[in-house]
Design a protein around this ligand. Sequence first.
Ligand SMILES: *Cc1c(COP(=O)(O)O)cnc(C)c1O
Length: 395
Amino acid sequence: MLANPLPGRPLIPLAPILSASSFRRAPGTPVRTVLDAGDARLVTSGRVAIALALREIGVEPGDQVLVPAYHSASMVPPVLWRGAEPVFYRVGPDAAVDLDDLADKIGPATRALMVTHYFGFPQTMAPIRALCDARGIALIEDCAHCFIGEHGGRPVGAWGDYAIASSMKFLPIYEGGALVSARHSLDRIVLRSAGAAFEAKIALNSLERGFDYGRLPLVRAALSLPLRAKSALWGRLKRGRGAAAPALAPASSDSSFNFDPAWVDKRSSLFARAMLKLAAPGRIAALRRRHYARLQAALQGLPGVRPLHPRLPDGACPWVFPLLADEPELLAARLQALGVPLTRFGTPFWPGVDAQTCANSAMLARRVLALPCHQELTEREIAWLIEQLRAAATA
Ligand SMILES: *Cc1c(COP(=O)(O)O)cnc(C)c1O
């Protein structure tokens, strides 16, 4: 079990962990996911999907790729892997793409543009698509925060030449990403299995995380022996492979920003692919939207905090709840002391990207504190989160 740093308080998972809520089928409005946008390849991470998209587009040394100044540092290494140069464009104070700056930054060497739907809120895509068509550049829709949702009558991911997704951010899996295209064939991409040790590690790690948070007591009892055996087996496997052997799982599984080209043509694990098949996106979206609405209502009238967006658009499924804090360091310290898990997107940026590159990005990286709103949160945990938020904001 994970040691709870604050005994007596709920141990709230920052990301979805394995339990029943992702999978129980419930009647409700069917929702579309990025996988409905077109042909799809299931890989081991979002960054690998970016690398494949850039390779399919034909990005090569001497080319430039437009990357938002407000970004995850994991978006940049795939650009460098192609030998291309990342050029950072600005966003507005609400993280909307700054179209004027974007148009200014397109030059003769620009081959591709990455657009991110931050926190699950879709960007307004029609003008961006039109700009790409007019200037002859490829559009990569970054749906890492937006696995589920629709925008302008299409599933998210259908606006881009390619879309990428990070299934780990929405499902209780230890690795997983997708490359999707509504416009181009993906036939040239032939993925290979990463091997039996990888398959075993992914399945066991996902189960273990479910146990750590106490979500799977019955399965835990049934599997306690195999899990103990696993640790011993694991040590042996690692020693046997030697230091030069490639890692058993991609870096994205351990929350770093590294990119290892060895994973580019590897298929996602059987476990993650099975989870994707079993998942009930309608239920996941409904729960995430409900948790989001609870947090939004709780923020009303609290001093020094407000939601980054005044409302959650119809058809959107949030990754997290982004709140804008007037005194982010103080509030973050208080929330962390209370045991509230926070995501601070954009910390760190890629080296060299700062307030000079884009003042709004620097402001957002500093002021946005994101709370979990995923489907695995229980009613009790949501109520507890709200209580801590009130205590921290009014302290
Ligand atoms: C997490 C993330 C990625 C990369 O996804 P991984 O699955 O972690 O490789 C890409 N873009 C954004 C905006 C992200 O937050």
